[in-house]
Ligand binder design. Sequence first.
Ligand SMILES: [Zn+2]
Length: 266
Amino acid sequence: MLRIFVAILALVVSVVSQVPEREMDRINWMEFKKVVPSKVDTVLLPTGTLEPHGVINNGADNTAPTAMAKAIAEKTNAMIAPTLNYGITGSLEGYPGSFRISEEAYRPFVRDILEGLAKQGFKNIIVLNGHGGGQTAVLRSVASEVAIEKEVRTLVINWWSLASDVTKEVFGEDGGHAGWNETAYVQAADPTLVKKELYTGKEMTTAYPNGSSWSATPFPSAIGLYKEGEGYPKFDQAKADEYFRKVNEKVAALIIDVRKKWEMID
Ligand SMILES: [Zn+2]
């Protein structure tokens, strides 16, 4: 038993040490050629946008999936594609420093990138999406089309949604857009992006409407709560670190599980 364990460990160590660099932005072509796809056939593609997030950075939807990709790349044996920092910002577009690119531009842009990754030999293309709204639907449909046309596998993950049970476990309540959960995730990734001295309390927040009761553009607050009275940012570093770790574990576990099941299809 121990001998098997040691053999597996040696194999894991040898695979890991053969990947000198996980980021496609940083690896050179000779190194890339040696590892993709023979040793690494999975790629993580972080996607986000520019959008206000209460008292954290406008690029929080880029910061979060980028940090996530770096945190889980080793565990999932994946490369990391450069982050798509521009996206389809929705009802928060009216805020300073925030804008969208049109769906007509975004769709073929994303498609070309997914196809480019497929052409490089990646069999498993994992979109780590940091931004919801209309962007999710576009990513899902383009990813599905590319998977079928290019005979690769694609998985689109909205981490805040996947991790909603982790949010309740760590904070004891629901979160929100730029709520305690997302603010905490960014705080763990880079505390300098959190300006807690600018947080003046509940007046900076609005609970999302129930169903179709109302809508407003711009949405009246840059912090949108999923549930009235829950998810106000509280800036607790220990909880932020715990949340970061548990969310990353959950995302990595999903990727590993889905990939294992994909292998059984072929
Ligand atoms: Zn966000």
